[in-house]
Design a protein around this ligand. Structure first.
Ligand code: G
Ligand code: MN
Length: 414
């Protein structure tokens, strides 16, 4: 930062020291005590706030900031006017972030400290302390998201977080019918008979149609995926009854993707059970896909939901197998019926010996356990003989059929 600042937004809304004309700010540290609310939960708000005051004093005396503005019982902003480099700062921060032990009235308490740090020297676009503080707040947000206690702002972090907030707002504003399902066929190998369809969520926005990758993590953070997802599941089961079963028979299935958070919805199994009854389909016709990377702990709500769905008769599929690391243990701990091998492993089956060996091992294990195997992302004819040789039951991918609107895809595939 240079010393030439006339930004009117300096200290906006903060009052006190931040409202003073800016005389040069090289470093802002936003600090948050008990950001995860553990200590408030354990000690009660009043007592935790008294402990927090002690932590705040201790942190201030170690940091030697030029000014300190308290924002709440549990946080504040430290301002430094002289240039400091990241390397110089690290030992100081290591000394103050993380868990502190505080003795008060004969009791001992723990209280943790998180920080977002913005260095003027690393943020050339910053012209005021207020702006530097915004970056430090953004850095704190990133630290908490990563479950770490300290993070440094980079030039992009603020835009990134604002885009995320903007996306949340657009998701919240969206009408129900902005979310639609497309369907992609799953075919038997090698005779390419259509066995069922995977339903895939799409968000229609003025800027174009978005796939879940573009909005799922934001929808999950805002818990918006629960209502959006339930409505999509309703549509998929309705399509199974009215479009798929009449054309492809009562063995044909629809496959539904459940995100990690949808799996934590403790009414989800009952909801799907109710849809199955209402629409008069067989539970075996409803396949449920879990992403390999949705970490599912034994005895968790998610695991119980999976058990309940399996008890109903739904088929449990592990999706994107091979894109993460955890899913083989799912086949041991959860009632898994179907393994869907990720397209990253399928793409080079004919040329990559590592991928081929791994997929071969997966197929052999599945066969031994009576688990159905699906090859995802089959994009060309070349890999089809490999699928046959490896003993895959089912194929899915652009080569067999692209995802499409229900109006065209069901008739096209019939
Ligand atoms: O994670 P999951 O396997 O549910 O993701 C399915 C996504 O993969 C869909 O959005 C679909 O559009 C995409 N997809 C389907 N078939 C293919 C394919 O053959 N190649 C590629 N690259 N993507 C595919
Ligand atoms: Mn899927």
């Amino acid at each position: 930062m240079d010393g030439n600042r006339g930004d009117e937004r300096v200290g906006e809304g903060l009052g006190g020291v931040l409202a003073e004309p800016d005389g040069g700010s090289e470093l802002a540290i936003v600090l948050e005590i008990d950001a995860q609310h553990w200590s408030v939960a354990a000690y009660g708000y009043e007592r935790a706030a008294r402990v927090a005051v002690n932590v705040m004093d201790r942190v201030q005396s170690r940091l030697h900031a030029d000014e300190f503005v308290q924002r709440s019982d549990f946080g504040g902003v430290a301002r430094f006017r002289s240039a400091i480099q990241r390397a110089e700062l690290r030992p100081l921060l290591a000394d103050v972030v993380g868990v502190h032990l505080i003795d008060l009235d004969g009791n001992s308490y723990v209280m943790d400290v998180s920080m977002g740090v913005a260095l003027g020297s690393e943020l050339p676009q910053v012209v005021s302390f207020a702006q530097l503080t915004e970056f430090a707040d953004a850095a704190l947000c990133m630290a908490l998201r990563r479950r770490s206690k300290v993070a440094f702002a980079d030039a992009e972090v603020l835009d990134m977080l604002r885009d995320r907030v903007d996306l949340t707002q657009r998701l919240k504003h969206s009408a129900d019918d902005d979310f639609v399902l497309v369907y992609q066929p799953l075919v038997s190998v090698p005779d390419r008979k259509v066995l069922g369809f995977e339903s895939l969520l799409r968000w229609r926005t003025p800027g174009g149609v978005l796939a879940p990758d573009a909005f799922m993590s934001v929808a999950e953070d805002a818990s918006l995926i629960i209502p959006i997802g339930r409505r999509a599941i309703g549509q998929a089961v309705a399509a199974l009854a009215s479009e798929i079963t009449p054309r492809f028979g009562s063995e044909a299935f629809v496959s539904i993707n459940l995100s990690g958070q949808q799996l934590l919805d403790d009414g989800i199994a009952a909801y799907i059970g109710q849809l199955i009854d209402e629409h008069g389909v067989n539970a075996e016709q409803v396949w449920v896909e879990l992403r390999e990377n949705a970490v599912i702990q034994v005895d968790s709500v998610a695991a119980q939901n999976i058990e309940s769905l399996h008890d109903l008769g739904c088929r449990i599929c592990v999706d994107d197998l091979g894109s993460g690391f955890s899913a083989l243990s799912y086949a041991r701990d959860l009632p898994v019926d179907v393994l869907k091998v990720d397209r990253s492993l399928v793409a080079d089956l004919d040329s990559d010996t590592f991928d081929r060996s791994l997929v071969q091992a997966i197929c052999e294990m599945a066969k031994a356990l009576g688990i159905v195997t699906v090859a995802e992302g089959v994009e060309n004819e070349r890999v089809v003989p490999e699928l046959v040789a490896l003993g895959f039951d089912i194929g899915q991918g652009y080569f067999f059929g692209r995802p499409g609107d229900p109006a065209t895809v069901f008739d096209g595939a019939a």
